[in-house]
Design a protein around this ligand. Structure first.
Ligand code: R5P
Length: 315
């Protein structure tokens, strides 16, 4: 005899994937965290973006899931997406962006420069009702609240997924951050694993001109894992790995949250004698082997608890 029909509870939010984030929405949907939303995003022949929501979202919480590396190709489409969902009657339009771009220019270093972190924050605040992101690059800005004010902007720390990876791949290795800012990445991973950690000193003289110094611990003969939030040109990790090797350490691996990998970055890091480079799935890349789905699921749940509907509409 058949038992009573078990109904799957309706997911709290409908998730819409941008072109490079379908795997993330599929993963969240497979685990029951979201319902997959139907929409059409395409480009006109001249390259302009088009978005059409193809399902009823009236009164529903919606979340746009977007990998925002190479952001200039994606940001306008993202704003259209938010407006389309709001105009279609969504209760809330949230953003799950595992990598939040444009945060490194967080100050006017030279007169006349744009401060890109502020521009990005203003655009996202206007378009969405809240966001969650993984390991945002916060240096001179102490936290996302300094950028977004009382608008919900959640930080999801990746150390909870990075630490188990390091424990499995390189048990007992010392954790080293290439610069002072990297203490925020190195310290929690090392604390979770119960291993030593330190940071080095970095001076950046140009996009591809980086020098790393520092000798805060006896590194001779030690297995070391370098950790950072972003690999862009790879010059930071290259300089750090070369420095560590000169101090007598074995750099058994490099781990970063965001695999931006500009140009020959991977080659650059490998040339410094690093055998393995591992990154998280916050950005899609061959090196992105550390799964972020548990973090994103938690972030979405928290966001649904904390944010309230925005009162502005696009029309
Ligand atoms: C900057 O301070 C970041 O934490 C990274 O160290 C930096 O973005 C890495 O850039 P690159 O790979 O170009 O040296």
């Amino acid at each position: 005899m058949m038992g009573p029909l078990v109904r799957t509870p309706t997911a709290r939010a409908v998730a819409f994937a941008t072109a490079t984030a379908t795997d993330l929405v599929e993963g969240l949907a497979a685990a029951g965290h979201v319902e997959t939303g139907a929409w059409m995003n395409r480009r006109f022949p001249d390259g302009e973006s088009y978005c059409r929501v193809e399902q009823d979202v009236r009164g529903r919480d919606t979340v746009v899931v977007a990998r925002l590396d190479r952001p200039d190709d994606k940001l306008f489409g993202l704003l259209l997406a938010a407006d389309a969902l709001r105009d279609a009657g969504a209760a809330r339009v949230l953003l799950l962006a595992p990598y939040l771009p444009y945060l490194r220019q967080d100050e006017r270093f030279h007169e006349g420069e744009a401060v890109s972190s502020r521009t990005l924050a203003r655009l996202l605040r206007q378009a969405f009702d809240g966001l969650a992101t993984i390991d945002p690059h916060l240096h001179r800005t102490p936290d996302l609240a300094h950028l977004f004010g009382d608008w919900p902007a959640l930080t999801l720390p990746a150390h909870s997924v990075i630490a188990p990876y390091i424990a499995e791949q390189w048990p007992g290795a010392m954790i080293v951050g290439p610069d002072e800012e990297a203490e925020q990445w190195a310290r929690p991973v090392a604390a979770t694993l119960g291993v030593d950690w330190c940071t080095l000193d970095k001076v950046r003289r140009g996009d591809r001109d980086v020098a790393v110094t520092g000798d805060t611990a006896d590194l001779r003969g030690r297995d070391v894992v370098l950790i950072d939030d972003i690999i862009s040109t790879g010059r930071t990790l290259m300089a750090a790995a070369e420095h560590l090797r000169a101090l007598g350490a074995r750099v058994v691996g490099c781990v970063a949250t965001h695999a931006l990998f500009a140009g020959d970055a991977m080659h650059t890091v490998r040339q410094a004698g690093v055998a393995e480079v591992a990154t998280t799935t916050a950005v899609r890349h061959d090196a992105s082997v550390i799964c972020t789905l548990p973090l994103l699921a938690t972030g979405l749940e928290q966001l649904l608890e904390t944010s309230t509907p925005c009162t502005t509409t696009s029309s």
